[in-house]
Design a protein around this ligand. Structure first.
Ligand code: 5GP
Ligand code: MN
Length: 334
């Protein structure tokens, strides 16, 4: 991060402020962990922070310290708009383009106060006054740890802030397996454990907290999987009817996309999930190695993300979406 930007943010934070902290729509562990970690840090420094999520976060993240204070824009637009309009400073975390907050974009675009972006996605848009944008990091939470250190406030990181940061590093690194996991990542994790962060409990809260319905939904997704060996690709689908029949709740489909990559020889995988309410097919892409799913999502499915993990959407039917995908697979080299 630029020295001038750090100095400017230090100055802004030197007097108590009303601050809004925003994750992307459909917040994941990194988005929730980083926004809440920053929330606790700002609280400790006498500010009045509020985390405003564009929509609901999944239940499996509801134990993160401070999750009960998060305001949901979609559920209370009037109150959230007021908080945003009164904010003297805005932090946007774990995304880098305003359209990632959905409807809330219109409100954010009108605000005249400084914006700080902390994010690790590719191709940042130019909306923030101060940017800490770096695609070499595996998570925004790892960047938040650095950000607090840049402000000479590393000693403020306690068990609570550490728990939030640990959550995002763990989830976005695929439990420390993805390529951007470095020695430094592990040294940060070691520091967090020394602060009392419950490294053996958090994975259980995140990953071993499933409902029976979720497990059955996973079973269905695995049964629906199609493997195209010659193109090193596996993909699966879940229709709205399938989701409904297993009493699906938000977050139940999280992580299912990764199973395709556990098949020997498969380096590209996707899951297509029907959302009747939004009239879209939401897509997640994952790859191993050189195949750039960020580019693939941008080029063909109105999306984006990272080199090995990206997402997008389709506004035609599931059948048409799958037909398009299967045709594409045949034309590109994977
Ligand atoms: P997931 O598949 O877990 O929803 O998302 C994987 C990555 O791709 C995340 O970093 C997420 O921010 C990004 N991503 C997911 N959906 C979209 C989308 O529709 N547009 C863009 N630009 N990025 C997305
Ligand atoms: Mn992230």
């Amino acid at each position: 991060m630029k020295i001038q930007d750090i100095q400017a943010i230090k100055l802004l934070l030197s007097t108590p402020k009303k601050i809004a902290i925003i994750p992307h729509r459909g917040p994941d562990g990194d988005a929730m962990g980083s926004t809440l970690g920053l929330y606790h840090f700002l609280l400790k420094n006498n500010h009045q922070p509020t985390v405003i999520s564009p929509n609901e976060f999944p239940d499996f993240l509801d134990w993160i310290p401070g999750a009960n204070t998060v305001k949901i824009f979609e559920k209370n637009k009037e109150n959230c708009t007021k908080i945003l309009e009164e904010a003297e400073l805005i932090f946007t975390l774990d995304f880098n383009a305003l359209h990632r907050v959905g409807e809330m974009e219109h409100t954010l675009a009108k605000l005249k106060v400084p914006f700080v972006m902390i994010d690790h996605h590719e191709k940042p848009h130019d909306y923030a006054t101060y940017m800490y944008s770096d695609t070499s990091f595996g998570s925004t939470c790892e960047m938040l740890y650095n950000f607090i250190s840049f402000l000479d406030k590393k000693e403020d990181i306690d068990e609570t802030i550490g728990t939030c940061i640990y959550t995002g590093i763990l989830t976005d690194s695929g439990s420390f397996r993805f390529p951007k996991t470095t020695g430094t990542t592990h040294r940060i994790i070691a520091d967090l454990i020394d602060l009392g962060v419950k490294n053996t409990v958090i994975p259980t809260l995140l990953f071993d907290n499933s409902s029976f319905g979720r497990l059955q939904l996973l079973g269905r997704a695995l049964q629906n999987m199609k493997v195209i060996t010659e193109h090193k690709t596996a993909f699966t689908t879940l229709t709205q009817d399938e989701l409904d029949s297993f009493d699906h709740v938000k977050g139940d489909t999280e992580g299912i996309v990764n199973y395709g990559l556990s098949i020997k020889g498969i380096i590209f995988t996707a899951i297509f999930i029907e959302n009747k309410e939004e009239k879209i097919i939401k897509i997640s892409f994952r790859s191993q190695g050189d195949f750039n799913v960020n580019q693939f999502a941008r080029d063909h499915f109105n999306g984006g993300g990272h080199h090995n993990a990206a997402g997008g959407k389709s506004e035609v039917s599931m059948d048409e979406t799958i037909e398009k995908f299967e045709n594409l697979i045949k034309t590109i080299s994977i």
